[in-house]
Design a protein around this ligand. Structure first.
Ligand code: HEM
Length: 389
């Protein structure tokens, strides 16, 4: 599940892959090098340069050059300091551990409702469609003030964007960008007690977000705020369902959850590799020099199984030494803003699931589960489970 199916060349320290968009990317996946790369200022993230590099490849292959623009728009994930610092500061205070702790009852209530609705299903239940996907969408939707009726289509557009198929992404980009622009306008005329309304009126040392940045920020929070967590919950559930005694153990003793969640993130964090960076100048890792103007990805999933850092890396060993060195949330200035929220959601989903259904098991062999087609995300399309076999 970790090796990228898009591998085309292997250099001494770095691998080159060809993404579905046709873009060639250099992947750094050794744990020590990956950690260094995550704080390497020579690996840049300016959205404008990324749009140029990726647009040229898309156009060369006969696709619209702007097909992926909703992704590579002016938000913090594709910005360097000082823009990155300014954009991140606008939401950094919202996603603190303290604030996220206060969301616990809401996350618990949403999860319980979803489990209640699963209870009525006869036969196998799809954990992705019934829990892993709707839970984080409902939570980020609540925070952003997005009506519940729109959650499904936002999830569908996000899934298309994540697959990076140039024939499909254009329509999803346009639809999602248009939806968010309308949402922003609706909040401007009728502000609510939500994050989009707060961002509309946001001042950062006197600077408002410009209109493009505002839409980009909301798109980023929707995409990053649910697809990652959805995949992480699904991956965690599969890891545990393959080890039934571990599943039951968590159901009996929720105090084990914090360590378990870290180990599950290490084994099945949602991102195979990071978002895009590019070399602003030639950059050498080990004995490999990556020329200027190339796309670079950091292979998080592979780094998280580096045997130099994690003994028997494929084993599930909660509480193992150096567990906090996993890179599932990245590292450095772009490390995940939503890490506290992501952890909270995974923990609640597992706590309530394992306690309510101690005998749950996969309805098919784990090897038969269909994976998502996204080059960046590691996850499953469906996870059929028998809740009370
Ligand atoms: C288990 C769930 C999650 C995982 C595994 C995850 C993983 C990551 C990773 C690896 C990065 C860094 C990417 C890079 O360096 O290119 C990142 C960044 C980010 N994440 Fe998450 N994430 C999760 C949940 C969330 C949630 C719930 C939010 C909601 C707010 C969120 C918002 C963001 C944002 C806005 C960034 C960009 C930060 C920046 O560039 O400064 N993530 N995430």
């Amino acid at each position: 599940m970790i090796d990228s199916p898009w591998s085309v060349e292997r250099h001494a320290d770095v691998r080159v892959i060809r993404l579905p968009t046709g873009v060639r990317a250099w992947v750094i996946a050794d744990h020590a090098q990956a950690r260094a790369a995550l704080t390497d200022a020579r690996l840049r993230k300016s959205a404008r340069s990324l749009r140029e590099i990726i647009g040229a490849v898309l156009a060369g292959l006969g696709h619209p050059a702007d097909a992926l623009h909703v992704m590579f728009s002016d938000h913090m994930a594709f910005a360097d300091p000082p823009d990155h610092t300014r954009l991140r500061r606008l939401v950094g205070g919202v996603f603190t551990r303290h604030r996220m702790r206060a969301l616990l009852p809401r996350v618990e209530a949403i999860t319980t409702d979803l489990l209640d609705s699963m209870d009525t299903v006869a036969g196998p239940v799809d954990l992705v469609g019934r829990l892993a996907a709707p839970l984080p969408m409902a939570v980020i939707g609540d925070l952003l003030g997005i009506p519940a009726v729109d959650h499904d289509r936002l999830h569908r557009w996000t899934a298309v964007l994540m697959e990076e198929d140039p024939a499909q992404v254009g329509a999803a980009s346009t639809a999602m960008g248009g939806y968010v622009a309308d949402l922003v306008e609706a909040k401007r005329s009728r502000p609510g007690d939500d994050l989009v309304s707060a961002l509309v009126t946001a001042h950062d040392d006197g600077d408002r977000l410009d209109p493009a940045e505002l839409v980009a920020m909301v798109v980023l929070l929707i995409v990053a705020g649910h697809e990652t967590t959805a995949n992480a919950i699904g991956n965690a559930a599969v890891t545990l369902l393959e080890r039934p005694h571990r599943w039951r153990e968590l159901g009996r003793d929720p105090d084990l959850l914090p360590d378990a969640v870290e180990e599950l993130l290490r084994l099945g964090g949602a991102l195979r590799h990071t978002t895009y960076r590019y070399t602003g100048e030639p950059v050498t890792y080990g004995t490999t020099t990556i020329p200027a103007g190339e796309i670079v990805l950091i292979g998080l999933a592979e780094a998280n199984r580096d045997p130099a850092v994690f003994d028997a890396p494929a084993d599930y060993r909660p509480g193992r030494p150096r567990i906090r060195s996993h890179l599932a949330f990245g590292h450095g200035i772009h490390a995940c803003v939503g890490a506290h929220l992501g952890r909270l959601e995974i923990q609640e989903a597992l706590r309530l699931l394992t306690a309510r259904y101690p005998r749950a098991r996969l309805a098919v062999a784990a090897t038969e589960l269909r994976r998502t087609a996204s080059p960046m995300m590691l996850g499953y399309r469906e996870i059929p489970v028998l809740l009370r076999p």
